[in-house]
Design a protein around this ligand. Structure first.
Ligand SMILES: [Zn+2]
Length: 405
């Protein structure tokens, strides 16, 4: 077997070796990413060794940029890295890891200023095993003690991060930084609102796959998911905020589709491989989403758009539909807010201005609050105060207020 493979692997005229230009590490709370900047396509072979735990990556037909190439310091789950060259034309890199990991590797084609990359994600075994491949059945009613006033939970998703910077402005403002700043301000505001609590899907500059963003919100049983982004188009005069909800039939127009491709491209960069199951998962999620959470999403998005309209110009006067992956939670009303156009010089400046970031956070918060005041989920302090209001208005005979789902 090995012989046969070797015969095919070595053609008569061997191609010029791919150059390994750089090796970079980044780590988030749940995973560590090793990125190899390479000069062309490579098919790495990744294996795991135990006692001690190691991940071995073999790069056939590859060479380091120079003989003095220095491996980066270890971080996160990767304690240390070393090159263990087996051949002039093949490189082996051994990564000592701090615990048992599941490695996932994939190739990222050149995009923008970045060339070919090989990405190796190290995920702790426990985390990898806990991630369900197929989503659980949608939850209709939250199982909570009747008397407990639970908080309304808002999952705030700062778009992009780490390896994926999102869009960039002319002055170099990066979408991933702006979205995180606004997300943090929004969290503070929501946390100060009695009966509400916010959770950030990411709270730092690290990469988070789109599906993981959804998974986190679902694990938290969030009542709403708000993804914060900044728009970009070639035409630098275009400006204003937009709010998107999922379109059941995919993107509703060409512009929305283009934008959806832009945002969804992050999944390619992130590339946690769901393999062939991805398509099935997508369609399952899409089918499940055509329910109550769709209309709830639109209603809430309307309120947010209304608030954004008050603080500045909106790009479109109505809520838009697009097939953004992060909007595909089957059971959580979800919206994606394109706060402004980072491609517009004036809006780029506003996006990096702390006061304007605060105004945007205020507007999103006000929209979300207004939605939940009108549609309080059962068992929350919001539903209690609504019920009390009605008692005062209508007397004790009024029926209890029904929740959104
Ligand atoms: Zn974005």
């Amino acid at each position: 077997m090995a012989m046969a493979v070797a015969l095919f692997a070595w053609p008569a005229f061997a191609a010029a070796p791919v150059v390994i230009k750089d090796v970079r590490l980044s780590s988030g709370p749940d995973s560590t990413r090793v990125v190899f900047d390479v000069s062309g396509k490579l098919a790495p072979a990744v294996s795991v060794l135990h006692d001690p735990e190691r991940v071995v990556i073999d790069l056939p037909n590859a060479q380091f940029k120079s003989r003095a190439f220095a491996m980066p310091e270890g971080q996160g789950l990767a304690r240390s890295l070393r090159a263990a060259t087996t051949d002039k034309k093949a490189q082996r890199i051994v990564i000592n890891v701090s615990q048992a990991v599941e490695p996932k590797s994939f190739h990222v084609p050149p995009s923008g200023p970045s060339g070919h990359r090989i990405v190796l994600d190290l995920l702790p075994i426990a985390t990898a095993a806990a991630t369900p491949v197929v989503p659980a059945a949608p939850r209709v009613v939250k199982s909570l003690p009747v008397n407990a006033d639970r908080d309304i939970v808002i999952a705030i998703d700062a778009g992009h991060g780490g390896e994926d910077p999102g869009a960039s402005g002319r002055r170099g403002t990066r979408e991933k930084d702006v979205t995180l700043a606004i997300a943090r301000l929004l969290k503070t505001r929501i946390d100060n609102e009695p009966g509400m609590r916010a959770v950030l899907t990411r709270d730092g500059d690290y990469f988070l796959p789109l599906r993981e963003r959804i998974n986190r919100a679902r694990k938290l049983q969030a009542d709403m998911f708000v993804s914060v982004h900044a728009d970009a188009v070639r035409d630098r005069s275009v400006r204003g905020s937009s709010v998107y909800v999922l379109s059941a039939r995919g993107a509703s127009n060409e512009a929305a589709k283009w934008l959806a491709d832009q945002e969804n491209a992050a999944d390619l960069i992130g590339g946690v491989s769901l393999g062939g199951k991805d398509e099935v998962l997508k369609s399952v999620l899409l089918d499940l989403s055509q329910g109550a959470s769709m209309s709830a999403s639109t209603e809430a998005a309307d309120k947010v758009l209304e608030q954004l309209d008050r603080i500045g110009n909106v790009h479109k006067q109505s809520v838009q539909n697009a097939g953004f992956v992060v909007l595909k939670s089957p059971d959580i009303p979800s919206m994606l807010v394109e706060t402004a156009f980072i491609s517009n010089v004036e809006e780029e400046a506003r996006l990096s201005d702390a006061r304007h970031q605060q105004r945007l956070a205020e507007a999103i918060h006000a929209g979300v609050r207004s939605y939940f005041t009108a549609n309080p989920p059962p068992g929350t302090a919001f539903s209690k105060s609504m019920a009390n209001d009605r008692l005062v208005q209508n007397g004790p005979a009024s029926a209890p207020v029904a929740g959104v789902r």
